[in-house]
Design a protein around this ligand. Sequence first.
Ligand SMILES: NC(=O)c1ccc[n+]([C@@H]2O[C@H](COP(=O)([O-])OP(=O)(O)OC[C@H]3O[C@@H](n4cnc5c(N)ncnc54)[C@H](OP(=O)(O)O)[C@@H]3O)[C@@H](O)[C@H]2O)c1
Length: 227
Amino acid sequence: MKKKLKVGLIGSTGRMGQEIEKILGASSKSELFYAPLRKEKLDEKKAALVDVWIDFSQPEAFAGNLKMAEKFKKPFVCGTTGFTAKEKALLKKYAAKIPLLWSSNMSLGVAVLNEALKSFGAIPHFDFQIEEIHHNKKKDKPSGTAITLQENLNAVIGKAAPEPLAIRGGGVFGVHKIFALSDEEVITFEHQALNRTVFARGAVTAAEWLANKKPGLYQMRDVLFGK
Ligand SMILES: NC(=O)c1ccc[n+]([C@@H]2O[C@H](COP(=O)([O-])OP(=O)(O)OC[C@H]3O[C@@H](n4cnc5c(N)ncnc54)[C@H](OP(=O)(O)O)[C@@H]3O)[C@@H](O)[C@H]2O)c1
């Protein structure tokens, strides 16, 4: 039997961490090997044996997590959002040393949505607006996904679309809409996450894909379309 990929999980007590544990528990390719807790001292012997890390925690933990992955030269998948310029600079720095995949949205559908919005490059004279809806416990606003969509959209249409509209309420897992509007027509691209599992499954798929890659900065689109 083929050996399973040993996954290290940061943020295992959280909503996303719990979903990832479930996926790994049922996987034939990878397994949960080590889930260090925030308040515990790192077990360096175990950390050295991890094949790939998955991190869904908070931005303030990112620098320390990357340092640890780099020490043992391990690939690192991160889904944490709310990144500032400081964390984005860390992505570039550490991607020179380890395979690093960060995505504000690990669903395959949003990777496709990011590709689809490239077609708006044909109608840059339209008005554009992004809108997102999330559950009332989400800390960052607008969502990391909306920020990424906005950055990609602005690059495609060659101008700055208005800031994303963000709605917080209820138990919504994640809705993202991109409107393109003219006097005569409206186009809406929409993605709905129907559960939290979609992000966890995407993260595990990304970790399995990243495990044998060279150092570099990867995105979810690379898992689907290649880099
Ligand atoms: N990319 C995606 O597809 C995607 C999808 C959903 C969510 N997210 C993002 O993923 C992150 C986690 O979301 P969540 O809903 O799982 O949050 P959560 O339920 O609040 O869980 C956060 C986890 O991170 C740990 N943590 C918090 N601060 C930490 C620190 N300073 N150092 C180390 N660990 C720390 C917590 O540990 P304790 O138990 O010790 O507090 C907990 O295990 C958020 O940034 C969220 O926006 C991304």
